[in-house]
Design a protein. Structure first.
Lengths: 440, 440
């Protein structure tokens, strides 16, 4: 594997190409203006467009600000439309306008249209580089049009057939289909009608999931009246799914996702991302103090009950966390949805009874090694069983309910379920203790 | 968006194409043999190859068992090489051999070679569908060869130039470069030498990360002597990264990743995936019982200390979980590696001091609302600060250390750090209590 360490000195152009994204960004952003201008002049527009495509859009926007409007416009024209729109979206309104006016009017118009959609919608993800045909075009003509189209459009293995005046999407045609048909067949006769498609205002994750689930290389994006506005390509869909998965990871860890790489994020920014959840969880967990105060006489009477508090609530939290993450993942893969709630609960009931039985035994063994009496051992064993089942059921229902309410289940699932189970687990514990030990 | 519900009746062929992956699998696997045979006959090899590509390899393997060897062989030949190898990899050794002998010898040989690499290595991920050229081939000839190559190879925008006898990788050439050069230039003069590449035995995640970080559409795979064996395409790399992210999510939740969709996984299988970690975490947490027993006199003397146990260890766990997940994610994106340990610790020290100060205040307020004395309020406030800083530092070092030891940091990071912080947090708590309250 190639591995070029960052030089303390400025790397030359050859070296630049072998730097991974992060190091490339650091190497470019750290340069003084003169060295940067010199480098940009050496590279030329096409190579610069490649370089900017490789960077995160926010870094590319930083660099594009250092170019003249004319050069910035040329580089954006060289970039693929969906990459260019991400970079322009990072600029200030005024900067963006300046650059757009310097661009070819047709490209500028396309970019403006793409910019008008929310970045996390299907419209914000789509590109307008694709080949649309009238139904009357012949198969042979279509192949010629393909050869004349841009590089990006040529990579998309589907043609879209639209009604000529209003661009209603009539159907989709694969390159293979086209090549195998007699050249004088109108494409309108070859298309697959009512193809899989997505509304321009749909969430980008929904669009990405459709591409993934149907193993498509591109997905048409339409408006309310079924007019074809653009397409989403499989590579952009894959990026969205990966981004969402990484955001889920952070949310499950009880933190808001970072926009910038960790090492470049300031301490204060990290603090701001974490403190809200820590405080929310603290407030949510604060009632455990009241529960314990309520049962302080019980605890004074049987001090040994205290020994098992972290163990029992910990086990409940771990069980809940297992169930919740499995369900968050399954929902994000489209395998489970809120309508499956009864099947999920039945399954989790079965699993948690088995888990609970094992944990009951483990807890009794631990009680024995701690040398507490048989009464307490019984209490903690039965509590372990009950807490495990309770945690699994809470963790089964909560993520599905959140999804139903159109909230992101990952936000709340990890530490939140642990916190919820902590207090309710204590209540279960003390009730069982009262019942079995006949305490006051 | 199109949405076709699964019919209770068998869907017709048109409908089949609009089913998402999971529903398609269910619809095909639930059919009786006669209906399946009938459907397969109607579809033809090419459409079947498309259908099988869409399914998970294990489902596709289930279905391919129901075909004759000859038909199975034909369908695998229609599929892209890297998809076909995933399906064959799911078959029993004997079944696979039977089908391979019915295939075209060249394709069978390629498949056998690909099967010989571990599925999670670069070799297991690569395809052998690509265009390799001798350095003496002229640019114009290369373009003709491209037109004659297979559909899959045509989609890859790079050519690989290899030394003709032993296939040493000499360099890479983009389609654009080729088109813009005079047709009578030998490709050997046009290539970029020492391109980014990966060893055939490297982990598939390492290869996928290289593609992502360099924004490549394909990555050459070489052996010890730098011979070109295959290439990895960007779409396969994206799938690997997504799969790894989803596995990280499950591991962070303290469960082993599932191989099958949740609703199709049996209760016993779910049990087996979860019980090992629950027990490991239980054992790891069991010492909290000993810690509490050790300090039982302290607790008897100051019962109010008990009220804050879940709150303090919960806050520590939540802080640790935030840090650990952020680092697991940053490492999986290649943004942070074990060499950054000092920078990470410095950053986490800064962040956790700020977080700790806020949580100290929050805890003191909670102590006041619970009506405990000023002494206990001081103890719990200072403990909150110390536990937050301690948890952040443990969670900063542990994932980096695990990566350094070549273990998956996600395995251990979530519930494990919580568990570790639980017990050590208690020790911090009681020591501070002893010191400030002068208890026995």
């Amino acid at each position: 594997m190639e591995h070029t360490p960052i030089n303390a000195r400025v790397p030359d152009i050859e070296e630049l190409y072998t730097l991974p994204r992060e190091d490339l960004a650091t190497s470019l952003l750290d340069r003084d203006p003169a060295s940067l201008a010199n480098l940009f002049a050496q590279l030329g527009d096409e190579a610069l467009a490649d370089l900017f495509t490789k960077l995160d859009p926010s870094d590319a926007a930083h660099l594009i600000r250092k170019l003249s409007r004319a050069q910035a416009a040329q580089i954006l024209e060289e970039m693929e439309m969906d990459d260019a729109v991400d970079v322009v979206g990072e600029l200030e309104q005024k900067e963006a306008q300046g650059i757009l006016t310097a661009m070819h009017p047709f490209e500028a118009q396309n970019l403006r249209e793409l910019l008008s959609y929310p970045p996390d919608s299907a419209g914000g993800l789509m590109t307008t580089d694709f080949v649309a045909l009238s139904p009357s075009v012949l198969a042979g003509q279509a192949l010629i049009m393909l050869r004349e189209s841009g590089e990006q459009a040529r990579r998309i293995p589907y043609f879209y057939v639209v009604e000529p005046s209003a661009r209603y999407l009539e159907g989709v045609l694969s390159l293979r289909e086209l090549v195998l048909s007699p050249p004088n067949t109108p494409v309108g006769e070859l298309v697959v009608r009512s193809p899989i498609k997505v509304h321009v205002e749909a969430d980008q994750e929904e669009a990405a999931l459709l591409l993934d689930q149907h193993n498509l290389r591109a997905l048409p994006v339409v408006d309310d009246e079924d007019r074809l506005l653009g397409i989403i390509t499989a590579d952009d869909a894959a990026k969205v799914l990966l981004e969402e998965a990484h955001e889920d990871i952070e949310r499950l860890g009880g933190s808001q996702p970072l926009e910038e790489p960790y090492l470049r994020t300031s301490i204060f920014h990290l603090f701001r991302k974490r403190i809200p959840w820590l405080l929310v969880l603290f407030v949510a967990q604060a009632y455990t103090g009241s529960v314990l105060r309520l049962y302080q006489d019980t605890l004074a009477e049987e001090v040994a009950l205290i020994f098992f508090i972290p163990l029992l609530i910990g086990t409940g939290g771990n069980t809940g966390s297992q169930t919740a993450t499995t369900l968050v993942r399954s929902m994000s893969l489209g395998e489970v949805d809120p309508g499956d709630v009864l099947r999920v609960m039945a399954k989790e009931m079965g699993v948690s009874l088995m888990l609970g039985a094992v944990m009951c035994l483990a807890t009794i063994i631990r009680a024995w090694t701690l040398g507490v009496g048989i009464g307490i051992a019984q209490v903690v064993g039965i509590t372990a069983l009950c807490v495990v089942v309770w945690a699994a059921l809470v963790a089964a229902v909560l993520p599905l309910a959140l999804r139903k309410l159109r909230l992101d289940p990952a936000v709340i699932s990890g530490p939140f379920i642990t916190t919820l189970v902590d207090g309710t687990g204590l209540i279960i514990y003390f009730n069982i203790a009262h019942f079995l030990l006949s305490l006051k």
